[in-house]
Design a protein around this ligand. Structure first.
Ligand code: FES
Ligand SMILES: [Fe+2]
Length: 453
């Protein structure tokens, strides 16, 4: 059980944000001179070239510089694939979900041919956001807002509230009043801009600059066999929580991907199940990091004994057919740069991280349940328990992430060395170094070997 309540953590995060506003106003101080993007990248490249045994934490300016964040937006986030949603969040034709991503107002919608489209919300007439957040247009005209979910809705078409142009669900302009005298204007040639998108194992990705050299399926192909066991396309998001987070996206992804901190932040929640010292990373890959968090032997024994008595140890019924290690561990995956998820023997957990600046992000934490779990008559009780557990360990992560971001600005900041249990932190540096050279890890140097011989 976490030491904090959710409301405690939410108000502590707001407090941390206030303190950060002060710190970023007074500057980073002489201990941390302002560095150019080139200087930050040169230092990241230098560290990425070191052997893992000499690895150290990234320089603090990589977490505080606005210019570096802007570099990441253009060279990492817009250039790569970003996961916007799971198919179960837009299950029926006409369902849509709005998301503002790196300055682009977007709609994810299931169109009339049952295809998922990622469209711009910017009207091709005079640039109105057709559903501007906060102005009550989430359910404008014929669209119905989904209860309690701002930015989500269901509609037959999209209506721009400015001059009432209407658009089909695939973005095509349907009607535009009083345009008959505009010479050379052809309605069929006009529509909301469509972004390149792809569905992979039930997750919907967008590539904002349209230039990613590989498809999602190609870049994550070596995960297919493993993921297929869960049948994630048939899962459903059954827990969703939004968090305003006063920290850099790398503070969160690094925290998500190293389990050394089970020994500290999660000492009473995760450490007793999955001790930090047993966690390990697979060999380095070009497009993702994969870590294993094995259950401790005593716990495996308990699970086997309970199952022999016909009892269920997991919160949800375990995913059918999981064998060997997959039945007795959690698996962490970071699809570069920011597709963050976790597979457990009975569920999947996905974090949508939406970076908003060097020290700000919006986070959606979710839990996905299998059809078998959802069919269970006790599903609602199980779901509530799963939600409690997922929030419990997230509250512990919120504490450390808020506090780490503040440390990045401090005059007393010192860069630390990394434990062998923090290989992901070093791999994220190697990813950024590779991106800065226009390539990907393992394409620019030999892959780091697996930590399990
Ligand atoms: S700006 Fe959308 S109809 Fe004019
Ligand atoms: Fe954690």
């Amino acid at each position: 059980m976490s030491r904090f309540t959710e409301s405690q953590v939410r108000s502590a995060a707001a407090k941390a944000e206030e303190l950060l506003a002060y710190t970023s106003r007074v500057g980073t101080g002489p201990a941390q001179p302002e560095l150019s993007v080139e200087e930050i990248l040169t230092e990241i490249q230098r560290c990425a070239d070191l052997p893992f045994e000499e690895a150290q934490a990234m320089l603090p300016q990589a977490y505080t510089s606005q210019a570096f964040f802007d570099w990441e937006v253009n060279n990492v986030f817009k250039a790569e694939w970003y996961c916007v949603a799971h198919v179960s969040q837009v299950p029926t034709i006409g369902d849509f979900l709005n998301l503002d991503l790196f300055g682009d107002p977007l709609i994810l919608v299931r169109d009339k041919s049952d295809e998922l489209q990622v469209l711009s919300r910017v009207c091709p007439h005079r640039a109105m956001d057709i559903m501007p957040p906060g102005f009550g247009h989430d359910g404008h005209g014929p669209a119905e807002p989904k209860e309690g979910k701002p930015g989500c809705g269901h509609t037959r078409l999209f209506l721009c509230p400015y001059h009432s142009w209407t658009f089909e669900l695939d973005g095509q302009l349907k009607a535009c009043p009083e345009m008959q005298r505009a010479e050379g204007f052809t309605r069929s040639e006009v529509g909301l801009k469509r972004y390149r998108s792809e569905v992979w194992h039930g997750f919907i990705f967008v590539n904002l600059d349209g230039q990613a050299p590989r498809s999602v399926a190609q870049q994550y192909a070596s995960l297919d066999d493993h993921l297929s066991q869960w049948g994630l396309a048939d899962h459903k998001v059954v827990v969703e929580r939004e968090w305003d987070c006063p920290f850099n996206w790398k503070v969160l992804t690094e925290n998500f991907m190293e389990s050394y901190h089970h020994a500290g932040a999660h000492s009473t929640t995760l450490q007793p199940m999955m001790p930090a010292r047993d966690t390990w990373n697979e060999e380095e890959r070009a497009h993702y990091i994969r870590c294993h968090l094995p259950f401790k032997p005593k716990l495996r024994q308990e699970i086997l004994e309970q199952e022999a008595r016909g009892e269920q140890w997991d919160v949800f019924p375990p995913i059918p057919g999981l064998a060997g290690e997959d039945r007795f561990e959690w698996g962490l995956i970071l699809g570069y740069p920011i597709f963050t998820f976790l597979l457990t023997p009975d569920a999947a957990v996905w974090y949508r991280i939406q970076p908003l600046g060097p020290n700000k992000l919006k986070l959606l934490t979710t839990v996905l349940a299998s059809p078998k779990a959802r069919e269970n008559p006790d599903f609602e009780t199980m779901r509530a328990e799963m939600e409690r557990q997922a929030i419990d360990f997230h509250l512990e992560d919120m504490e450390v992430c808020c506090a780490v971001q503040r440390g990045m600005y401090a005059a007393g900041h010192q860069r630390g060395r990394l434990s062998h249990l923090e290989m992901s932190i070093w791999q994220i540096q190697r990813y950024l170094a590779a991106r800065s050279r226009g390539t990907w890890p393992t394409m620019d140097r030999p892959a780091a070997v697996s930590q399990k011989p």
